[in-house]
Design a protein around this ligand. Sequence first.
Ligand code: ADP
Length: 230
Amino acid sequence: MIRLSDTYVRYASGVEALRGVNLTVTDGEFVFIVGPSGAGKSTLLKLLTAEIRPSAGLALVNSVSISRLKRRHVPKLRRSLGVVYQDFRLIERMNVFENVAFAMRVVGVSDSKKIRKRVMYVLELVGLAEKADRMPAELSGGEQQRVAIARALVNNPDIIIADEPTGNLDPEKSRELMELLAEINELGSTVLVITHEKELVNSFHKRVVYLDNGCVVGDAIGGYSGEAVE
Ligand code: ADP
């Protein structure tokens, strides 16, 4: 669960990127986070991953308070989150299988049978099991993004956060990717998607949180700002 209550983030420059945000996302929800450039979306992501701390107010991720979180407990928090970035961030010299397996190894899993089983399960889920031996450069943008999703899922995080995951994809691939994220949500993960894709957001009947100038200015099921979806 995520709970922000009257949360402020002020950067050292004095810019207030979040200004009194109230937001609760319960387990199993699917939420689009939208809003213009500079609205505070990336700041929200950095707050949830404890890259930055609130300057005032509460920020809870799975009952962990970001304000109070000790530095040594940050890796544990991050393991409960699977983050998918716009630019994929795959390791170019590793094949698809190894890119996903690496995410398990870095958190201390060493049983290769267990790794193989889990990696192949998530690659199956994202539709890439047959391409496990390919190198990232041999894949399309959409496929690379699906590897990034498999990697985010592999350690079974409670919450998946995708930051502009369709930023580098064409409209058809963008829709497929959003559908994949919706399927992952149906399997039980909480999913947050930060996006600019207004038409795509409006075509999914999901909760949309609209940020503007550091504040939540819309929060409703449906389209942007809760506009009714025809
Ligand atoms: P978005 O992701 O919605 O485009 P951001 O969270 O990146 O918005 O930015 C929100 C505001 O905070 C903007 O005014 C931006 O210029 C400012 N900002 C973002 N990062 C920093 C930083 N590291 N230092 C100072 N100001 C920042």
